[in-house]
Ligand binder design. Structure first.
Ligand code: PLP
Ligand code: 3DJ
Length: 412
């Protein structure tokens, strides 16, 4: 077993250690669910209070100009851009991932009018697949058809029949990470456009969308970017495609001159055309303030610590009494995984509840996974060490068999 002294030494030499102070974290809680809902950054409280009390409360509608509300979606997008390796003018923050996927998949299909297949992976996050299914109902199978394959079949399935490759960079269930650069290159060689879902990678690792020649991407505001429940998502459209496409949700905020109230739609230039309706200002204010946490963070440090946290978890688990009870579903090879560990067990739900009862917040993903999100900005090595200890105790005592851990909640 790794000894407590070694763990404390890792925390003492962690270049990100001070970042933890920038978050509100409940006492006696180890929070390993930042891949579902990031915790509250301290700066967000003040920013939202100011937006409510002073901006909305006092300055009312003048705030659209006075406090820059009208440009906030663009401004927050520009703050996210360096985190995903995008230069200016290509990222905007709006709507949800689901809605942004609708806009981007239909835009990508327009660019490849002779083809209709949207290729994805069968264990992609369901909303990604649902959006393609919805587009098929809307456009007809002659314009949009979903083909989903296993990860192993993916490379062979990328061929000249495919219009769009739609993949989530890091799988939400097992944390397996695709090679974005290699798959994007392969897709382009076959004339296929790519849409990457960065829900489980933006804010968790360095990304290089421009460098890897990615066409389109979407990402999440409420997970690793800590923007709060229902925070707006973001989308990326490579500059080279912006003139050629027209997104289908032609809302007034994506018009060239919204306040001319022109009855005919004229798309704004650039990524602004991907706005549809009025931005959710309070949520944008929260996300904007949350992103300040990243201002002085080197994403290489974040990735290095994420790998190290996972190594501690895996090593400790493999030396614990309960190691044979679980299957580690996350790849053991660091480059092949994102920033989470998923353990399979038939009693995964009850084990997750028993962990939560002991102050360790993990989550359950049906049918049989306990999922531990590793978020280097506020998770310490000692938290991981303790998590494996408590898990081991729960397994040894079979506490998870207690009836109270069996009742399924609506949200898991
Ligand atoms: C990979 C992935 N894509 C999409 C979503 C859904 O995003 P939204 O709720 O913003 O539509 C999630 C999680 O909710 C996700 O994990
Ligand atoms: N968006 C969520 C929600 O509104 C409630 C609970 C969880 C979520 C999630 O984000 C789930 C997440 N995408 C996942 O990877 O499982």
């Amino acid at each position: 077993m790794i000894c407590p002294e070694e763990i404390l030494a890792l925390d003492a030499s962690d270049p990100l250690a001070a970042k933890r102070n920038e978050f509100c974290l409940p006492e006696q809680t180890i929070y390993l669910d930042g891949n579902s809902l990031g915790p509250l950054p301290k700066g967000v409280k003040e920013a939202v209070a100011d937006a409510v009390q002073n901006q909305w409360g006092q300055d009312l509608i003048s705030s659209w100009n006075k406090h820059g509300w009208i440009d906030l979606a663009t401004q927050v997008g520009e703050q996210i851009a360096p985190l995903v390796g995008a230069s200016r003018g290509q990222v905007i923050c709006c709507d949800s991932i689901s809605i942004n996927l609708f806009k981007l998949i239909s835009s990508a299909l327009q660019l490849n009018p002779e083809r209709q297949i949207v290729l994805s992976q069968q264990d992609n996050f369901p909303t990604d697949l649902y959006m393609v299914q919805g587009l098929t109902s809307l456009l007809g199978a002659e314009r949009c058809q979903l083909k989903s394959v296993t990860t192993e079949q993916l490379v062979d399935a990328i061929d000249e029949s495919v219009a769009v490759l739609l993949l989530t960079h890091v799988n939400f269930r097992d944390g397996q990470r695709h090679d974005m650069q290699a798959l994007t290159r392969l897709a382009h060689d076959k004339g296929v456009l790519v849409v990457w879902d960065l829900a489980h990678s933006a804010g968790a690792m360095p990304l290089s969308l421009d460098q890897h020649n990615v066409d389109f991407a979407v990402g999440c505001g409420y997970k690793y970017l800590n923007g709060g429940p229902g925070a707006p998502a973001f989308l990326y459209v490579a500059a080279r495609h912006q003139r050629a496409i027209k997104q289908p949700l032609q809302g007034w905020m994506g018009h060239q001159t919204p306040f001319q109230f022109d009855p005919d739609y004229q798309a704004a230039e650039g990524v602004q055309q991907f706005l549809a309706g009025t931005p959710n200002i309070l949520s944008l204010v929260a996300l904007n303030a949350a992103l300040a946490v990243f201002a002085d963070v080197d994403m290489q440090h974040v990735r290095a610590k994420s790998i190290a946290l996972a190594e501690v978890f895996i090593q400790q688990l493999s030396q614990s009494d309960c190691t044979n009870e679980f299957t580690i579903c996350t790849p053991l090879d660091a480059p092949q995984r994102g920033s989470q560990i998923a353990l399979a067990h038939p009693y995964a739900y009850a084990i997750t509840q028993a962990l939560i009862d002991r102050g360790i917040v993990a989550d359950f993903r049906a049918p049989n996974l306990v999922r531990f999100g590793l978020t280097p900005l506020y998770t310490r090595y000692q938290d991981i060490w303790r998590t494996v200890q408590v898990l081991s105790e729960i397994m040894q005592t079979k506490r998870y068999l207690d009836k109270k851990y069996q009742t399924r909640q609506k949200v898991t």
